[in-house]
Write a protein that binds this ligand. Structure first.
Ligand code: ZN
Length: 339
């Protein structure tokens, strides 16, 4: 039986990632390319009735302007953090951690996704870089207004009437290609981040229990540099799809497998053009990693070992940071005495 320490996944991850969380930035990047597919209608509004849209060029070759639906950056990460925090609570790791009032500063969520300290005791910058995602196709092809019939009690006269509120929804099977980049994380931390991404299923307006999303992992990229933004990714993809469909994809139903294949191809081209070495995992090599993770999360013994390592990694970091803080304080005190 395979444990975590000798597993293929950990082996691969440790060739690309740091073995310890560094005290100062090393810029060791691990990018996770996810194709997010909405499997139900969803509300993607920040406030009010309109979908969040942005006018951008359709592609890098196809330069006409189109309005794309936005999947806000904070909406992506907030939902995934929730998955992680629920996991932490289950493990008894986050009893002291309250997202709304006081964050503990020592659980995986605080240390990976960051937190702001209320007092002088060190805050943590997020080690996850994200941006808002863009829909592949324009807004017109995606939106639909749904009228909500809200029955309201009218106190005056006691007559029940209805109020009509219209909210824009996106149609099911809208795709958002996005990249989340982890910086200076260890293999155990990276597995934690992947768990959050692969097991989060609900995105969109928070008070609505809808917006089922399937996160398809398309690629992992390891290297000393980031290679592509969400916008460039969607534009390159648009170009390739438009080429195949005589210039426009607004009327054609998108096919998941085609999208994945085109993304793999373009990422491979982008990785080739990078100034610094980039390691790309797609297709079978990626499937092997996913298979390993599946085993890890479903096997109690391996999972326990992984979580132990996660705890150790972060504990070591916290101790190092504390010692450094003490030294700096001492140094400052000395200088004062001298002057
Ligand atoms: Zn915490």
């Amino acid at each position: 039986m395979e444990n975590w320490k000798d597993s293929y996944v950990r082996d691969i991850l440790s060739t690309h990632l740091l073995t310890q969380i560094p005290l100062s930035p090393r810029r060791n990047y691990a990018s996770i390319v996810v194709l997010r597919e909405f499997e139900s209608t969803a509300v993607l509004t920040t406030e009010g009735e309109r979908l969040d849209v942005e006018v951008v060029r359709a592609g890098q070759k196809q330069t006409e302007l189109i309005s794309r639906v936005l999947l806000q950056k904070r909406k992506q990460v907030a939902m995934e953090r929730r998955t992680g925090r629920a996991f932490n609570r289950k493990l008894g790791w986050a009893d002291e951690c309250d997202f709304m009032s006081k964050m503990c500063g020592s659980c995986p969520d605080c240390l990976i996704y960051g937190f702001a300290a209320s007092s002088s005791e060190g805050s943590q910058k997020s080690r996850i870089l994200t941006d808002s995602g863009f829909s592949i196709r324009p807004y017109d092809a995606l939106q639909r207004s749904i009228t909500l019939n809200a029955i309201q009690d009218r106190t005056q006269g006691g007559v029940a009437g209805s109020a009509f509120a219209e909210r824009e929804h996106i149609r099911p099977q809208a795709y958002f290609p996005t990249i989340e980049t982890a910086v200076d994380v260890t293999p155990s931390e990276f597995a934690y981040i992947l768990r959050n991404i692969l097991t989060t299923t609900r995105y969109g307006a928070e008070n609505q229990r809808q917006g089922f999303v399937k996160n398809h992992l398309v690629a992992l990229l390891f290297g000393e540099t980031e290679v592509i933004s969400n916008l460039a990714l969607v534009q390159h993809l648009y170009d390739r799809l438009a080429e195949e469909n005589s210039g426009s994809i607004n009327e054609v139903p998108l096919d998941l497998q085609t999208l994945k294949t085109r993304m793999e191809e373009l990422l491979s081209d982008i990785a080739e053009e990078a100034y610094l070495p980039v390691q790309l995992y797609t297709g079978e090599s990626l499937q092997n990693i996913l298979q390993g993770l599946r085993f890890l999360w479903r096997n109690e013994e391996a999972k326990h070992e992984w979580l132990q390592e996660l705890k150790n990694d972060q504990q070591t970091y916290l101790e190092k940071r504390e010692n450094k803080g003490k030294k700096e304080k001492k140094g400052k005190g000395k200088k004062k005495e001298e002057s």
